[in-house]
Ligand binder design. Structure first.
Ligand code: F2R
Ligand code: MG
Ligand code: MG
Length: 349
């Protein structure tokens, strides 16, 4: 498809919902045999099952808030977004939120709150959260802003409402950058795609707070850049086992252990794989492979889904899968509205 086409916008937002909904089944599982994943996915194809409904979790609930806020305010408005997060949590607290972020969402509901970023700064004894909750909802920033510096700035600020540790908000910056590049068609040249991400993240992680947080947490000097180098090494290899992917990149709830992993899933599934059905296209392969890693499956599949959906477009999304996933139709409609906002902004409107 052409860069930034409507199909890519729809693919990105819908496939993120699919990843969350189908991935929820295995979240937290240590081992998920591919056979079990394929059985779960073939259940979505079963016409006799009638109205199968896979509910979305916090990943989609918060993404919907970001989308609604960007659309209603025609851009980033921290007060509006904070209010939406708080309202959504209070209306539907059972969506499987992280145990720490719940405290932030309760504080954001207070009408006395002056600085909406303060509750996030208070988390984990003032260190802030490094969870992947900022990254899992970052895709809409890439779908609203055509310019790369805006994508970086607003993905970061949008994440900082709940995640003040740089290892949390820089995961959101990386995820938004990956969707932004994929939307431009950059995945047609996978080596250049990963090199570009490394260059961008080297700059992002050169900031003082990032260097300090990495030192405190005893991570590599530039942790996301270092993981992206590992992604590049793994994608250059002919064969790589699931165990190696987990040990090199992780499959956990920290942004550092899940955003580079999601990017790897997309890159690895650009080609057919002998352990995945021949009739699967690239988007189905990406989601199936993300689930087979186990761990934080809903979130890794949601993030990989957004990047892959921006590459393959809506035509690659299986209709039957979409029919089973709560919120997929809504995401499709909102994607069209974001497409209009993006092109309005790119014309200086
Ligand atoms: N929370 C889950 N899944 C597990 C429970 C599901 C639910 N109870 C159920 O059974 O249905 N999934 C969702 O959470 C992840 C996103 O989490 P988020 O928004 O980043 O939350 P939080 O609380 O900020 O961070 C998550 C955990 O990471 C650890 N952590 C973070 N920062 C830390 C720090 N500075 N020091 C120490 N630990 C830190 C804590 O354990 C946090 O609770 C997604 O997977 C989403 O799907
Ligand atoms: Mg979730
Ligand atoms: Mg999760």
């Amino acid at each position: 498809g052409t860069p930034a086409s409507m199909s890519r916008f729809r693919g990105a937002l819908v496939a993120a919902v699919l990843g969350d909904c189908v991935g929820g089944e295995f979240e937290g599982a240590e081992e998920v045999p591919m056979e079990t994943v394929l059985q779960h996915l073939s259940g979505l194809e079963d016409e006799t099952k009638g109205n199968c409904v896979l509910e979305y979790s916090d990943d989609t609930a918060m993404t919907r808030c970001v989308v609604q806020s960007l659309l209603n305010r025609s851009g980033y408005d921290e007060q509006d977004l904070a209010r939406r997060f708080a309202k959504e949590y209070s209306a539907s607290p059972g969506r499987g939120y992280g145990s720490g972020v719940i405290q932030v969402l309760k504080k954001l509901a207070s009408p006395q709150l002056v600085d909406v970023y303060q509750p996030a700064r208070d988390q984990f004894n003032g260190r802030g959260s490094f969870g992947n909750g900022g990254a899992m909802r970052a895709a809409p920033f890439a779908l609203a802003f055509p310019k790369l510096p805006d994508v970086k700035q607003f993905a970061r600020l949008g994440a900082m409402l709940t995640h003040s540790c740089s290892l949390g908000y820089n995961g959101a910056v990386l995820q938004a950058l990956a969707v932004h590049l994929s939307l431009q068609g950059a995945l047609s040249l996978p080596q250049q795609f990963i090199s570009r991400l490394i260059t961008e993240m080297e700059e992002v992680e050169g900031e003082e707070e990032a260097l300090r947080d990495a030192r405190i947490l005893k991570e590599a000097e530039k942790p996301f850049s270092e993981r992206l180098h590992r992604v590049r090494d793994l994608m250059d290899r002919n064969k790589v086992s699931i165990e190696e992917v987990i040990s090199e990149l992780g499959n956990g709830i920290a942004a550092l252990h899940s955003v580079p992993t999601a990017i790897f899933c997309v890159l690895h599934c650009l080609q057919p794989r002998d352990y995945l059905p021949e009739n699967y296209g690239g988007l189905e392969r990406t989601i199936a492979y993300s689930l087979a890693l186990g761990g934080d499956t809903d979130t890794i599949a949601c993030m990989a889904g957004a990047i892959a959906g921006a590459h393959y477009g809506i035509e690659a999304v299986p209709q039957r899968w979409m029919r089973c996933c709560e919120g997929a139709e809504d995401a499709d409609m909102n994607a069209a509205r974001l497409h209009a906002l993006y092109h309005q902004t790119s014309q200086g409107g």
